[in-house]
Design a protein around this ligand. Structure first.
Ligand code: MN
Length: 148
């Protein structure tokens, strides 16, 4: 697990985002950022292996079963990104406003190279969710949805 890609994309003398480090702790959290970059999107992040595994979701994450959202895998973010909200300067990577849209604990139920199954305990998103990788397509494309 590494934050190399995350750091390479950013100039920490210009952006208020955390530089971060890899942190391992027993209780796992998730966070969803509402990110008003060039296009508004939501960044879904799961604490895993000492970093926040991250996916960009182009529309609001579903609170109910039956709505599937495309989730593009993006670079791992540091754990302390879960505390970050603010304005990334224009011209910097991801320039625009970052808000915390939801945050809470999560319980991992199953994890393979093709799917991650978990229960979210946030304020907005609660209950059984999954991320499933698209078959036969770009390995960056996943689906995010509520299971029941
Ligand atoms: Mn983003």
């Amino acid at each position: 697990m590494s934050l190399k890609k995350y750091r390479k994309k950013r100039d920490f003398s210009r952006t208020p985002e955390p530089r971060g480090k890899v942190i391992q702790k027993p209780e796992k959290i998730f966070v969803i950022n509402k990110h008003q970059a060039t296009h508004l999107h939501y960044d879904f992040r799961l604490e895993m292996g000492g970093v926040l595994k991250s996916w960009a979701i182009p529309k609001e994450p579903p609170k109910v079963k039956g709505v599937k959202r495309l989730a593009m895998k993006v670079e791992d973010h540091p754990i302390d990104y879960a505390e970050f909200s603010g304005q990334i300067p224009k011209g910097q990577y991801g320039g625009g406003r970052v808000e915390i849209w939801d945050k809470g604990k999560y319980i991992l139920e199953k994890k393979s190279s093709q799917e991650i199954v978990f229960e979210l305990r946030g304020r907005r998103l609660k209950g059984p969710y999954a991320l499933v990788k698209f078959k036969g397509q770009s390995s960056n494309q996943w689906l995010f949805f509520k299971r029941k």
